[in-house]
Every structure is written in C-alpha cells, then in structure tokens.
Ligand binder design. Structure first.
Ligand code: SF4
Ligand code: SF4
Length: 97
C-alpha cells in the first residue's frame, strides 16, 4: 500500500488521561503496547512519547504507567471529579471511600 495514512487526535475531548515527561520518556512504546483501549499511537519522531489519539477511550486502569520502564515518564491525570476527597469535621482528616 503506497497511500499515506493519516491520524488526527480528538481535540474535542477536554480530558488528557496521561501526562508524559519528555525529558524521561525514551519513546519505547511499551505503554502503547499494553494499553487495551488503543489510546495511543506511536510518535513518528523516534525517541518521543506516543501521541494520544483517543483520550476519551481511557479507563484510567493504569498498565501504561505500571509497565513503563522509566519511572516518571508517564503518569495518570485523573479527571477532577475522580479526585474528590472527604474531610472529617472532627479531625480534619482527608480520606477517600
Ligand atoms: S512513557 Fe514509558 S513506556 Fe511509554 S514510551 Fe515513554 S518510556 Fe516507553
Ligand atoms: S490508563 Fe489504561 S486505558 Fe488509559 S491509557 Fe493507560 S492503559 Fe490505556
């Protein structure tokens, strides 16, 4: 097949399920391989983090982070509504259920 294939990230989705640290990531694409939802595609630039193509497909399940061989290269970026904590009035303790 000689025809080029194009892929366009879904810019409409407000979420950004993971954040890459380009200074740490070496573009090995391990995270892309283990993601069951095909959130990423390889970066055409060698050594760069994968591109997020379908952010709205992310389950925040975490294998992309757990299997990354370079700690700090990728981290989950949970949506605001998933970061809710409760606070005990009596003690001021913050907790999640
Ligand atoms: S984030 Fe980790 S697993 Fe993904 S490409 Fe970068 S170094 Fe590899
Ligand atoms: S959290 Fe799960 S679904 Fe989301 S990008 Fe990582 S592996 Fe894929």
């Amino acid at each position: 097949m000689d025809e080029p294939v194009y892929a366009r990230p879904n810019r409409i989705t407000p979420g950004n399920p993971v954040l890459f640290d380009e200074a740490v990531c070496d573009g090995c694409n391990r995270c892309l391989t283990v993601c069951l939802e095909d959130v990423f595609i390889p970066n055409p630039e060698k050594g760069k983090p994968p591109l997020i193509l379908h952010p709205d497909e992310c389950w925040y399940c975490g294998p992309c982070v757990d299997d990354c061989p370079r700690p700090g290269a990728i981290r989950l970026n949970h949506p605001l509504q998933q970061r809710v904590r409760f606070k005990r009035k009596a003690t001021g303790e913050h907790f999640r259920v």
